[in-house]
Design a protein around this ligand. Structure first.
Ligand code: IMP
Length: 433
């Protein structure tokens, strides 16, 4: 049997999942996405060239890997075409043998983007700060059962009627309530007729494909997008994304039972960042956030927005470890912390004199808690070129061990620079195979 692993972000996103998945996917036969859409922005640096992926799994850079976009993903067909063509123009092969798209995946269409932006603009209380990629509205029409799936693109009689059903009332709202642009149904219909031919060779029922690959003993890597604290159920609602991003999401989002996972790997930045609004108890104060942002280059891949920066939060991380059942972690961007004389790690929260060890469900409370820090010793040398754990300064080793111990996980990888090669890998998942 192969080995199956799910890789998810343990914080608020942008932890560096793209790089880990790129490193890991050398050893796995299949890389599958199960949620989210082009709100994700995975950055992969290969030979100092930077690639941005929004929808296609990072396994695409490796020959002989199968990449799957599962039914739980919401898919912008036009963005996907652009992404495929961009990879091809850089010499990366994207063939139907390498990439399969679920026929059950819901589409993100231009009216979802208009609705996303209109809702965001009209909100007075709790503006979420979405990526504006139409993700929430696409999951919303899925739940309303007016969504359009990939398979519907090939329904000659039904497609136009479905578009009308979905769009007529939205256009009414756009014009009369939101005062925003309306979407031309005929144009959209014709664009979809064109794009469906481009997509056709890639489309299949990926549940059977995954099951077949599993039975053949292939090793499968599930690639999470966004992150645990943005999960629709377990995140800081309503400041969350609209899908099940946690490891259990593979059951609904890819039709692959979570019980068949061998490992659950959580990706954490050695500090913490967040894009968009919402509570962030360990957000750095007194200009330290700007320093972290500038050393760490913390600007969003999808939107270019500056990321809010702060310190590692063990209370939040522990919650993520519980809901994902993390067996291992990868600690990213450890090199960014070089030169700080001391490193605060949030170990609990304080509220009105009481200590809180649990991550609160009530965001009104989470917004008011005070972080309680343990200060670990920093190190004063650049660790970018370091190849083994033992060659890290003792303070950096202690920092990694402290976090892994508290999360009761093993360490799989420590990242000490942006390139694929700048990684200290301390565990081999495939040894068990
Ligand atoms: P949405 O997913 O575009 O609806 O945005 C909802 C929230 O999730 C916003 O705070 C976004 O900034 C955040 N978000 C969505 N995708 C990502 C991601 O890939 N990385 C980090 N934050 C994200």
């Amino acid at each position: 049997m192969g080995i199956n692993i799910c890789v998810t972000g343990g914080q608020w996103g942008d932890e560096g999942k793209g790089k880990v998945i790129d490193v890991l996917s050398r050893d796995f036969d299949v890389v599958a996405r199960f949620q989210g859409g082009s709100n994700a922005g995975h950055t992969v640096v290969i030979n100092r060239k930077t690639y941005f992926l929004h929808l296609i799994p990072s396994g695409i850079f490796h020959k002989d890997k199968v990449c799957i976009i599962g039914n739980g993903v919401v898919l912008d067909p036009f963005g996907l075409k652009e992404e495929i063509e961009n990879l091809k123009s850089n010499g990366i092969e994207v063939t139907p043998e390498k990439l399969s798209i679920s026929d059950r995946a819901h589409l993100v269409l231009p009216f979802h983007n208009v609705l996303d932006r209109s809702l965001e603009k009209s909100r007075v209380f709790r503006k979420i700060g979405t990526t504006g990629r139409g993700i929430g509205p696409s999951y919303a029409t899925k739940a309303l059962r007016t969504g359009i799936r990939v398979i519907d693109l090939y329904n000659d009689e039904g497609l136009k009627v479905m578009l009308k059903d979905s769009l007529d009332c939205l256009n009414y709202l756009f014009e009369n309530y939101f005062n925003s642009e309306i979407v031309d149904i005929d144009k959209l219909y014709n664009d979809l007729l064109e794009i469906r031919e481009f997509l056709r060779p890639f489309v299949s029922n990926t549940v059977y494909k995954l099951d077949k690959l599993y039975r053949e003993g292939k090793s499968i890597l599930f690639e999470g997008a966004q992150a645990s604290l943005l999960d629709i159920d377990h995140g800081t609602y309503p400041f969350v994304t609209s899908s099940s991003v946690i490891a259990g999401g593979i059951s609904s989002g890819a039709g692959f039972p979570a019980s068949k996972l061998d490992y659950s790997l959580g990706i954490f930045k050695a500090y913490c960042t967040r894009v968009g609004n919402g509570p962030f108890p360990s957000e750095a104060q007194n200009g330290l956030g700007e320093i972290l942002r500038s050393i760490g280059g913390e600007f969003g891949t999808t939107t270019g927005r500056p990321r809010r920066c702060g310190w590692f939060d063990l209370v939040a991380a522990k919650y993520a470890a519980i809901v994902n059942g993390y067996t291992h972690i990868a600690l990213m961007k450890l090199d960014v912390l070089s030169k700080f004389t001391e490193l605060p790690v949030c170990v609990e929260y304080k509220y009105k004199g009481s200590k809180l060890k649990e991550f609160p469900s009530d965001i009104n409370l989470l917004e008011k808690v005070e972080p309680v820090y343990k200060f670990l010793k920093g190190w004063d040398i650049d660790i970018t070129g370091v190849k083994t754990f033992e060659d890290l300064p003792i303070e950096a080793q202690d920092y990694v061990k402290f976090i892994a111990d508290k999360l009761e996980t093993e360490v799989y990888l420590i990242s000490v620079g942006p390139d694929r090669s700048e990684s200290i890998v301390t565990y081999n998942f495939l040894e068990k195979a």
